[in-house]
Design a protein around this ligand. Structure first.
Ligand SMILES: [Zn+2]
Length: 343
């Protein structure tokens, strides 16, 4: 083999050795491998030249080029295992956990004050033997008004400006709407409690909202009278506002009860002595109540000579505001965490 061709092999060998030694990544090594040993690589090109040489030179040339090829391959493999190990180590060090870092803080949720109030009210009435039933928020006109003894153009309906979906469907203005739905299917005796959202076309202020929650309870059985109603409400007041609470009835009018009352409980701040919360009266008004109007019972085929019933409703926001000392009803629906975290 000529001195010249020997030099070519030597220079390629040297060049490859330097490049391989300097390669810092497995990706770089893969490029070098292609550059020398690939289909158009420098060493591969040398092998192709074999055919152009005089016959006597070919075996020695082929032997030397193959030697070079094997050597470059071996150098790349050896360098590759070193570089791969370095890459693995560096990856692991980046992924390692720094135990000195502070832990991540997970916020715990809590019950909304309205949910807490609803749960508490339900607990009391379930304890008194009431069955909790839910009704639809989009209610039929006949259940929201007709079934509750509201005659057409009754003044009470002016007070309840409503969100109508169609002429005979609306967002319910009161959970009392459930009474007709229950009486349509159930035969007395029954004791029903329902809790839910109601809607009225009302301007927002500190004590009024277009969206609010109501509890409505009613019981129908033989010989139910005002004493049963007062006993039930007294037990409710004692459980929710303390053992010293009592209940006061004053005549009021609702189309679905006869007689009807507005009921108040002993002020739980001053125990009836008089304070700013109860406007010095010693009483806090909670809601309306009464004996279910016989016309309503008859409408659903319940014999009003044999059966009587009581019904009462109350606003959950009002109870929540009283229990937690909240002075603005809008806070319940604003979802302000600074407010909600206080409970
Ligand atoms: Zn008071």
């Amino acid at each position: 083999m000529s001195e010249n061709t020997q030099k070519v092999l030597e220079s390629i060998k040297k060049e490859a050795e330097e490049q391989i030694a300097a390669a810092a990544s497995t990706v770089e090594l893969a490029h070098i491998e292609t550059e020398y040993l690939g289909r158009k690589g420098k060493v591969t090109e040398l092998l192709r030249k074999t055919g152009e040489l005089p016959k006597e030179d070919r075996p020695a040339w082929g032997q030397n080029v193959n030697k070079l090829k094997n050597m470059v391959g071996a150098l790349i493999e050896s360098r590759r295992s070193t570089v791969a190990a370095e890459e693995e180590a560096s990856r692991l060090s980046q992924e390692s956990i720094d135990v000195t870092l502070p832990g991540r803080f997970f916020r715990l949720g809590r019950r909304h004050p309205l949910t807490a109030t609803i749960d508490e009210i339900k607990r009391v009435f379930i304890g008194l033997g009431f069955e909790v039933v839910e009704g639809p928020e989009v209610e039929e006109y006949k259940f929201n008004f007709d079934a509750l003894n509201y005659p057409e153009d009754h003044p009470a309906m002016d007070a309840q400006m409503s969100f109508y979906i169609t002429d005979d469907r609306l967002l319910r203005t009161q959970t009392t709407a459930l009474q007709g739905r229950v009486m349509e299917h159930k035969k007395p005796p029954f004791r029903i409690c329902t809790v839910g959202r109601c809607f009225r076309y009302d301007a927002l202020d500190a004590t009024h909202s277009h969206t609010f929650h109501q509890v409505d309870c009613f019981a129908v059985d033989e010989k139910i009278n005002m004493a049963d109603l007062k006993g039930t409400l007294s037990q409710f007041a004692r459980e929710l506002f303390g053992p010293a609470s009592s209940v006061r009835f004053r005549p009021d009018y609702f189309p679905f009860v006869e007689p009807g009352v507005e009921y108040a409980i002993t002020c739980f701040v001053c125990q009836g002595k008089g304070c700013p919360l109860c406007k010095m009266s010693g009483w806090i008004e909670i809601g309306g109540a009464g004996l279910i109007h016989p016309t309503i019972l008859e409408r659903f085929g319940i014999d009003s000579e044999k059966y009587t019933g009581f019904a009462f409703g109350l606003g959950i926001e009002r109870v929540g505001m009283l229990r937690y000392g909240i002075d603005d009803i809008r806070l319940f629906l604003e979802d302000d965490l600074r407010f909600l975290r206080q409970f």
